[in-house]
Ligand binder design. Structure first.
Ligand SMILES: Cc1ncc(C[n+]2csc(CCOP(=O)(O)OP(=O)(O)O)c2C)c(N)n1
Ligand code: SF4
Ligand SMILES: [Mg+2]
Length: 270
């Protein structure tokens, strides 16, 4: 299936988003035939990353800021047969939409979230986000960001995500493999992508020198959290931090299987 669209790509030349787009298209092409592209839905948020929905020839929903995880949940509850992949930004996910993210992970919605974590608000031209490093100088922090960033992987592990990974777009093959595994995982899959923003936070050289591949996925949550906190500015693990089998929210509340009515679903969603 042709995944390209006629839309003109407007990302800055050299933006890490191109590699995320390429890795996703590769992944879709390499998925088992049981995953049908016509049954896939792409959801995107607000920010430079959000335009990705226009560049992929699959059904899509370009949502509002911070609500990608909620849209993913709604789509899965309406039709659990769909394969849902969300693309969101760091500001989108960890500032505006943090609560939505945490609850989608807690519920173990069977969907995949790919975060374009460029550690800056790209579309609004360079403000610090909740993942910007301390000292980051941008439009909103000209003297340097006084705050420490979230440890995004640890946050997702604690929230209950059942597949947690980090990747770097400089290694498209590795990113492709992780996207494939995330999509095939039954449960909430989170991929933190260290995306360079060439215009406001150009981290290509920095990440090329500092990322290293995790040799073996930790077998316990404790070990995964330790690995998440082992990251230093010069040694950043990429790969799969954690993977666990657990019943999904859809399995627990699907009306046709459980007889639970829509009122109960709404109550559980509160
Ligand atoms: C509710 C709401 N608040 C704020 C904005 C303004 N806004 C648009 S994009 C953006 C941040 C984008 O940063 P990020 O999510 O990191 O995406 P990027 O552009 O870096 O891909 C903000 C604050 C908005 N569109 N909607
Ligand atoms: S501003 Fe940054 S994130 Fe946005 S398209 Fe340009 S390089 Fe990419
Ligand atoms: Mg961003």
């Amino acid at each position: 299936m042709k995944l390209d669209t006629d839309a003109k790509i407007v990302w800055c030349p050299g933006c890490g988003n191109y590699s995320i787009l390429k890795a996703f298209k590769n992944a879709v092409g390499e998925l088992p035939q049981t995953v049908k592209p016509e049954k896939m839905v792409v959801v995107s948020g607000v920010g430079c990353h959000g335009k990705i929905a226009n560049y992929i020839n699959l059904s899509s929903f370009h949502g509002i800021h911070g609500r990608v995880p909620s849209l993913m949940a709604g789509i899965k509850l309406a039709n659990a047969e769909l394969t849902v992949v969300g693309f969101s930004g760091d500001g989108d996910t960890f500032n505006e939409g943090l609560v939505h993210l945490m609850h989608a992970a807690k519920k173990n919605i069977n969907a995949t979230l790919i975060v374009h974590n460029n550690k800056v608000y790209g579309l609004t031209t360079g403000q610090a986000s909740a993942t910007s490093p301390r000292g980051f100088r941008g439009k909103s922090t000209p003297e340097g960001n006084p705050e420490d960033p979230f440890n995004t992987v640890a946050l997702m592990l604690v929230a209950g995500a059942t597949f947690v990974a980090r990747a770097f777009p400089g290694d498209i093959k590795h990113l492709t493999e992780i996207i494939k595994q995330a999509i095939m995982h039954k449960g909430f899959s989170f991929i933190d992508v260290l995306q360079p923003c060439v215009t406001f936070n150009n981290t290509w050289d920095y990440y090329r020198k500092s990322v290293y591949k995790i040799e073996e996925t930790p077998s316990t949550l404790d070990e995964a959290i330790k690995l998440a906190y082992s990251s230093t500015p010069t040694k950043i693990p990429i790969g799969i931090f954690y993977k666990k089998d657990k019943q999904t929210f859809e399995e627990l509340v699907r009306v046709e299987e459980t007889g639970i009515g829509v009122e109960k679903v709404l109550e559980l969603m509160e």
